[in-house]
Structure formats: structure tokens, C-alpha cells
Write a protein that binds this ligand. Structure first.
Ligand SMILES: [Zn+2]
Length: 65
């Protein structure tokens, strides 16, 4: 199980290495560089799935939603 993902902000391109919660999805993520609040893209369960280098732990375990 991968618990660290790098989120790339679609607005400013900043990359943020974040630790993912192992048992829940993260729906909102504020970019610390430009302060935009990221939300999951349609069809994705969380911001890590949409913008991270790895899918979230629940998705990795296929028990998301
Ligand atoms: Zn940003």
C-alpha cells in the first residue's frame, strides 16, 4: 500500500508530497502555493486519484465507495 502521493496543482503546477489517509478519501485539497481548493474530477473519488501520482489507499484496495 502506497501512502505517499505527490499532488500536482492543475492551476499553478506546484507539486506537493502528501501523506494519504489510509482509510478515507480526501475530497478537498488546498494548494499551499496558489491556495486554490482542488476537488476530485468527475468519476474520481478523491483529489489523490485526480491529481496525485498514486490513487488513494481505499482505491488501491478497491473498496472506495
Ligand atoms: Zn497551486
Amino acid at each position: 500500500m502506497i501512502l505517499t502521493s505527490t499532488i500536482t496543482c492543475p492551476e499553478c503546477g506546484a507539486a506537493h508530497s502528501e501523506t494519504m489517509p489510509a482509510d478515507q478519501c480526501l475530497y478537498f485539497y488546498e494548494c499551499s502555493a496558489c491556495h486554490i481548493v482542488l476537488k476530485p474530477k468527475a468519476g474520481d473519488c478523491c483529489v489523490f486519484c485526480s491529481y496525485g501520482t498514486f490513487r488513494c489507499p481505499p482505491k488501491q484496495a478497491e473498496r472506495c465507495r
